[in-house]
Design a protein around this ligand. Structure first.
Ligand SMILES: [Zn+2]
Ligand SMILES: [Zn+2]
Length: 318
């Protein structure tokens, strides 16, 4: 090896370290940008983010699907047929917002692509990262759908970047094959320092599967812009039953307040966590945990007497 080669190699490795630090810093910076909805001004909007119609393999038309969600008390619905957007003119009003989108499947992934203009096309042979980049460039955002159902591991989740969240719960994957939960995948990402929020969805195809899982978004107003901003900053919580009323960290103690629960769980990286159980048949509505010194993030999960969950997004600890 010549001296120059050595210098060049050394330079290369310094560059790699620098690049790694930039990536790490970017990941941490995006973590710091997560917003706690319970400390934000705004309105709560019950939201369905993963919805199919007869445009692909659902059982009713888009207007009929929207009517069903309105009747269930939803404020926002994203229509996400496989590979296709939909005409949505006239479906929104002052109290109900329809967001256009599609579910794309590049390289065996399922990406719920939100806030796309009508007629937006994604070629089926594009690689997964390219799809995320083009959705972001169009002002949209990608949710990584049902990783458990796909048989995906943390390596799949880490092989792409730039998505804005993952599904911690997919109703249809759970009721059809009991692979709807993504909490282990989510925790592994969080443990690696990839701080992402997580949504719950129906992934409805058949009308009987409406209202299995939803996302409660806190936003300034009922517009696609405000809803997308809230989604990108994690200003929401996910649920398939319980309501979360408060979630915060104060002086090293994390606190949650919720609708009556059978147990409230807290979790950080690796082996950090705590389960608080209801006692003497009296449901829990509050719980707290004194955080260990080295805990890097904390999220809470509320489970009611019927086994239904709700999930806060993580708070990153300094
Ligand atoms: Zn899917
Ligand atoms: Zn789907």
């Amino acid at each position: 090896m010549k001296q120059n080669d050595f210098a060049m190699k050394n330079k290369d490795s310094s560059f790699c370290i620098f690049a790694f630090m930039v990536i790490l810093f970017t990941a941490m910076a995006s973590a710091a940008e997560l917003v706690n909805p319970f400390l934000q001004e705004g309105q709560w909007y019950k939201t369905a983010l993963h919805v199919h119609s007869t445009t692909s393999d659902g059982d009713v038309t888009v207007p009929e699907r929207m009517k069903q969600y309105r009747q269930k008390g939803y404020d926002v619905v994203a229509i996400t047929d496989h590979w296709k957007t939909n005409p949505i003119a006239g479906l929104s009003d002052d109290t109900f917002l329809v967001i256009n989108g599609m579910e794309a499947h590049p390289q065996g992934n399922h990406f719920v692509c939100l806030n796309l203009p009508e007629g937006f096309e994604i070629q089926k042979n594009l690689d997964a990262q390219h799809v995320i980049d083009m959705v972001n460039a169009a002002g949209g955002g990608v949710i990584y759908a049902h990783p458990y159902w796909l048989g995906h591991t943390i390596d799949n989740l880490l092989s792409v970047e730039g998505y804005i969240g993952i599904e911690v719960y997919n109703g249809v994957c759970e009721v059809s094959i009991a692979k709807g939960y993504g909490s282990v995948h989510w925790d592994q990402l969080l443990g690696k320092g990839m701080i992402l929020p997580a949504v719950a969805t129906d992934d409805v195809h058949k009308s009987e599967n409406i209202n299995l899982g939803w996302t409660m978004i806190k936003a300034k107003e009922l517009t696609a812009k405000a809803i997308m901003e809230a989604l990108k900053s994690g200003c929401y919580y996910a649920s398939c039953g319980p309501t979360i009323e408060e979630y915060r960290v104060e002086e090293g103690i994390v606190k949650v307040k919720c609708s009556p629960a059978a147990k409230i769980c807290f979790g950080g990286q690796g082996s950090y966590g705590l389960v608080v159980n209801a006692k003497d048949g009296k449901p829990l509505t509050v719980a707290q945990w004194k955080l260990p010194d080295n805990c890097t993030f904390v999220r809470a999960e509320v489970i009611d007497a019927e086994g239904r969950h709700a999930w806060t997004n993580p708070i990153v600890l300094k």
